[in-house]
Design a protein around this ligand. Structure first.
Ligand code: OAD
Length: 230
C-alpha cells in the first residue's frame, strides 16, 4: 500500500469539545444555515455571520487535539508511503496535533478572504463587518469559509489524490454534504479500499468496504498501529 487518502468531518473534533453540525442540539439546530453559512446570509446581516465565526474561532483557540487527531499525525509522520489529509473542518486541530499538510476544503477559521479581490490573509481573532482588505483596501473582508452555494477549495488536487489512493478513510462525517460525500464512490471507482469511522453508519455508509463504529479517539489509534505494523 502506497497512498492513503483521509477525509475528516466534525465528528473527529467532537471529543475536543467542538460541537458537530447535525447532532441533536448541534450547530445547525441553533443557527439557520441560510443565515450564517451562505453568501446571501452574509449580504443580509454581516454582523450576525462575522460574530458566529468569531465565536467559533474563540472556541477553537481553547480546544486541544484529541487522540484521533494525534493518531492521524502519527500516521503521516511514520507511514512509509504518502498520507493525504483532507478536512471539511474549519478548526485547526489537525495542525495542532502535528499534521504537516492539511487540505481545508471548506476553508478555515484562521483565514480571512476579500469578497472583492479574493486576497486571503490570516484572520484576527475578532473580525468586524466592513474590515478592510489589506490588498485592495475595500471594506469587503469576510471569514475564509466555503459557504453553501460556493465551490470547495482544491477540488482538482483532491480528485487527483482520490484517483491514486490505495486506501480511502472517512472519519466523523455524516455524508450529507457534497462533493465530500461523493469521495467514497470516486475512490472505489478508482480501485481504493474504503473504510468509515463513525458512531453509526453515515448516509453513504453502505458504500464502504469496512465500517469501524465507535468514538474516533478509540477507533483511530489501533487502526493507525495496524497500518504501521503491516
Ligand atoms: P455533521 O455534524 O453532519 O456529522 C458529524 C458526524 O460525526 C456524524 O455522522 C456523527 O455520527 C459523527 N461523530 C460524532 N462524534 C463522533 C466521534 N466521537 N467519533 C466519530 N464520529 C463521530 O458534520 P460534517 O459531516 O463534518 O460545511 O458536516 C459536513 C459539512 O456540513 C461541514 O463541513 C459544514 C456543514 O454544514 C459548511 O459549513 C460548508
Amino acid at each position: 500500500m502506497q497512498k492513503i487518502v483521509i477525509l475528516t468531518g466534525a465528528g473527529i473534533s467532537a471529543e475536543s469539545g467542538l460541537g458537530t453540525f447535525r447532532a441533536e442540539g448541534g450547530l445547525w439546530a441553533q443557527h439557520k444555515i441560510e443565515d450564517v453559512a451562505t453568501p446571501e446570509g452574509f449580504a443580509r446581516n454581516p454582523k450576525l455571520v462575522v460574530d458566529f465565526y468569531n465565536a467559533r474561532r474563540a472556541q477553537t483557540a481553547e480546544a486541544d487535539p484529541n487522540a484521533g487527531h494525534l493518531a492521524l499525525a502519527k500516521l503521516e509522520a511514520e507511514f512509509a508511503g504518502e498520507v493525504v489529509l483532507i478536512t471539511q473542518n474549519v478548526d485547526d486541530l489537525h495542525e495542532k496535533a502535528g499534521s504537516q499538510k492539511v487540505i481545508y476544503m471548506h476553508g478555515a477559521l484562521k483565514g480571512a478572504l476579500c469578497a472583492a479581490c479574493d486576497t486571503r490573509w490570516p484572520a484576527p481573532m475578532v473580525m468586524a463587518p466592513g474590515d478592510a482588505c489589506p490588498n485592495c483596501d475595500r471594506p469587503t473582508a469576510r471569514p475564509d469559509i466555503v459557504w453553501f452555494g460556493e465551490m470547495p477549495y482544491d477540488m482538482d488536487e483532491i480528485f487527483d489524490h482520490l484517483a491514486g489512493a490505495d486506501l480511502f478513510a472517512s472519519i466523523g462525517t455524516s455524508g450529507n454534504v457534497y462533493p465530500a460525500a461523493g469521495f467514497v464512490a470516486e475512490a472505489r471507482r478508482c480501485g481504493a479500499d474504503t473504510v468509515e469511522f463513525n458512531l453509526e453508519p453515515s448516509l453513504v455508509g453502505s458504500q464502504f468496504d469496512d465500517i469501524r463504529i465507535g468514538p474516533a479517539t478509540e477507533t483511530l489509534p489501533p487502526w493507525v498501529d495496524e497500518i504501521l505494523k503491516s
